[in-house]
Design a protein around this ligand. Structure first.
Ligand SMILES: NC(=O)c1ccc[n+]([C@@H]2O[C@H](COP(=O)([O-])OP(=O)(O)OC[C@H]3O[C@@H](n4cnc5c(N)ncnc54)[C@H](O)[C@@H]3O)[C@@H](O)[C@H]2O)c1
Length: 474
């Protein structure tokens, strides 16, 4: 068991004022693995005061100084990457091989993208005889989920710091250990006191206190649409900027005639990685009705060949879901799929064969799904795929857009034909076949998937205010 009982405020590890003890359960063993202290409103007050003090000088630092700081953080982050990967795998169940590569690596990607964006950013432009200047927005609260813990922390901390803001990070109480190690990284890298503060806590406690706090200028939130709405409501009275990265229910439109032996496995990988716990997972697979049965046969093979296993063992298996509540939610939705008349092709209720401990779910496939079924409408956040037949291209576009979400979409098949689909899909990101994502590309959603964009220069701009300077400065 690892213990991180303190909060990191004003450049020092301090006891919480009135916080409560919280144990994280390892989802593979169902045993406690990390202990933290859920902070209090008094801790938030202290962190905000420290961040406000630090903002006076940090907001005036040079671009070169902030690039040097980001580089120092990156060097120390790399030094601690094995510790960070170990905590991610232990707390949220992602296999260690993936934790050490994709999960930890995404953090490096955001640091590099923030440095590149900062080098190129035009902090001042001229419009006629006058100027427009871009300035850091102030003290920012960063609230992050558990599914890609360091990806989301770095997608916020790197641009917030690059812009010259000071900040308070509240990571998820489900996977807090990597964020505690990250605070040690910040400390070692020489980030000035008060620029970065870490308050461990939950949503109703620290999350709410941050969203409501009059000393905070912006909340950058990643998590469920439910909590994102709550944050925006709580932030409204103080007119904060609220940046939201929320849920998804992404379609994978397999174009009529596409080679299914490539398109189906590639799309399913995007779901199965991280046990289906990715906001952009393309879980609604739309196939032309003439190819439905062939698509099902291929998908069934992929799902049945996917093994679940111990996250601490190297390999290509998938791990458990993050916690009991999530396991029960997914079980409920699998049962609902059967009840609503979808055909269960692979997986189904209960743990995988022979597994008695841990929040493992069988990779599950439903076919003949209608888009009005709950399994096609709700974000399941588990290794559950739905195959939905369509009549023609217009019908495919209609079904793809028939969702409250709009985070991402995949179009699989002939790129020349896919081109016509791209402007019709109401999503913040469209992948044509598998593509090659880049941390400099904007990341974010349409509709109830959020507001604003993260990553690279778009993420940097999100953390800035714009000032018009009218008149001659001599
Ligand atoms: N769009 C994206 O970039 C993106 C990326 C990853 C995950 N997500 C979404 O995150 C969700 C999974 O993560 P989760 O279960 O941790 O989400 P969650 O909404 O339960 O929690 C996310 C964070 O918000 C905090 N929180 C919860 N309620 C709050 C409140 N009322 N006020 C302030 N903070 C509150 C939590 O403590 C946690 O730190 C999924 O819906 C997924 O799609 C979105």
């Amino acid at each position: 068991m690892k213990r991180y009982p303190k909060q990191y405020i004003d450049g020092a590890w301090v006891e919480s004022e009135g916080g409560t003890r919280h144990e994280v359960i390892n989802p593979a063993t169902e045993q406690p693995c990390t202990e933290i202290t859920l902070g209090s409103a008094a801790d938030v007050d202290k962190a905000v005061a420290a961040a406000r003090r630090a903002f006076e000088s940090f907001s005036q630092t040079s671009v070169e100084a902030r690039i040097a700081l980001l580089e120092a953080i990156m060097a120390e982050y790399k030094n601690r990457s094995a510790d960070i990967a170990e905590r991610i795998a232990t707390e949220m169940g992602c296999p260690i091989s993936m934790a050490a590569t994709a999960q930890v690596g995404s953090g490096v990607g955001h640091l590099m993208a923030a440095i590149a964006a900062l080098r190129d950013f035009r902090f001042e432009e001229r419009i006629g005889a006058n100027r427009v200047v871009h300035e850091p927005i102030g003290v920012v609260a960063l609230i992050t989920p558990w599914n890609w813990p360091m990806n989301q922390v770095l997608a916020k901390v790197a641009p917030a710091l690059a812009a010259g803001n000071t900040m308070i990070l509240k990571p998820s109480e489900e996977a807090p250990g990597s964020a505690a190690i990250f605070a040690e990284v910040i400390d070692k890298a020489g980030v000035p006191a008060g620029v970065f503060n870490l308050i461990q806590g939950d949503g109703p406690g620290v999350g709410t206190a941050l969203a409501r706090h009059p000393g905070i200028d912006m909340v950058s939130f990643t998590g469920s649409t439910r909590a994102g709405i709550q944050v925006a409501k709580n932030a409204a009275d103080t007119v904060k900027r609220v940046h939201q990265e929320l849920g998804g229910k992404s379609p994978n439109v397999i174009l009529e005639g596409a080679p299914l032996d490539k398109a189906i496995p590639a799309g399913l990988m995007g779901v199965l990685i991280n046990s289906g716990q990715s906001c952009i997972a393309p879980t609604r697979v739309l196939v032309h009705k003439s190819q439905h049965d062939e698509a099902v046969a291929i998908a069934k093979q992929v799902m049945e060949a996917t093994e679940t296993g111990d996250p601490m063992t190297e390999g290509r298996h998938i791990g458990p879901l993050v916690n009991k509540a999530q396991w029960e939610k997914v079980q409920g939705l699998i049962a609902k799929g059967v009840e609503e008349g979808a055909t269960l092709e692979a997986g189904g209720p209960g743990r995988p064969e022979g597994v008695e401990t841990g929040y493992f779910v069988k990779p599950t496939l439903f076919s003949n799904v209608r888009n009005d079924m709950r399994i096609a409408r709700e974000e399941i956040f588990g290794p559950v795929v739905t195959i939905i037949p369509y009549e023609n291209d217009e019908d495919a576009i209609r079904i793809a857009n028939d969702t409250d979400y709009g985070l991402s979409a995949v179009v699989s098949g002939d790129p020349a034909k896919a081109k016509a689909f791209v402007p019709r899909l109401r999503a913040g990101m469209v992948y044509v076949n598998t593509g090659n994502p880049d941390p400099g590309l904007p990341f974010g959603g349409y509709k109830q998937s959020g507001n604003g964009r993260e990553y690279g220069k778009y993420g940097l701009a999100e953390f800035m205010e714009v000032k018009s300077v009218i008149g001659d400065l001599g």
